[in-house]
Design a protein around this ligand. Sequence first.
Ligand SMILES: Cc1ncc(COP(=O)(O)O)c(C=O)c1O
Length: 287
Amino acid sequence: MSEIAYVNGRYVLTSDAMVNIEDRGYQFSDGVYEVIAVANHSLVDLDPHLERLDRSLSNLNIEWPCSERVLRIILAQLLKRNRLKDGIVYLQVTRGVAPRNHAFPTAIIPSSLVISVSRAGRPSRDKFIEGVKVVTTPENRWGRPDIKSVSLLPNVLAKQFAVHNGAFETWFVDDHGAVTEGSSTNAWIVLSGQEIVTRPLGNDILAGITRMKLIELARAGNMRITERPFSLDEAMNAEEAFITSTTAFVMPVVEIDENVVGTGKPGPVTQNLLALYEDHFSQGDEK
Ligand SMILES: Cc1ncc(COP(=O)(O)O)c(C=O)c1O
């Protein structure tokens, strides 16, 4: 069954949806995106996703394609037209359509807005039960991965490196030997004394919405979170490790570059955090 997508003012079958070949997103990756989960007919953490979208757009001087109020209406419409109960919304804004030229168009052009939905489920239950493997690669992205740009080639290659090596994710490691984040996830470790460590926000990682929510939930549950860089060495010797994202939730990591983490099974702190997050997730946003 083809889903219904929203493309620059029109609701169309995804199979019929088209964009102009001179769209700057297509030609230069000149655009940004968001992936928002849908749980029980409701968009999960919509407000922080729209705030991050606003930050990405303003960092690149891309205009909003419509007002935030209208965007919320379009999103609600799309959920309704697709009768989407659980799944994912992919939202992309690009600088718009103009004759190909690296510099921004001088004429004022409307930004392009494309939104599609997917009913793809979350990772299989056994991944949460068994945990997953991570491999690593030197950090090779541009200096601003905090901007959620559609320019994802290093991330694509890193994820393929994981697939090629039978792993779930690839972690980027910076020049100081510290883990920045995964190709599409934030990275975490748990040290003795149940101290939960994740890299602080900055220009070098994406401010994950799952990361933000999990910090909130963990602190409310009196768990100890430290935001500081951690080395690959520390991660390999940690008691537990895990990754977070809108689609991976809180996914236990049991192997890093073929080194077993902790007992080689998902640990109690990670399981506790997953339970907290699942509880939050299943509530969706208040309507
Ligand atoms: C590079 C990167 N880091 C982290 C994340 C996790 O972000 P979120 O929790 O908002 O899904 C993503 C998600 O796509 C990502 O691409």
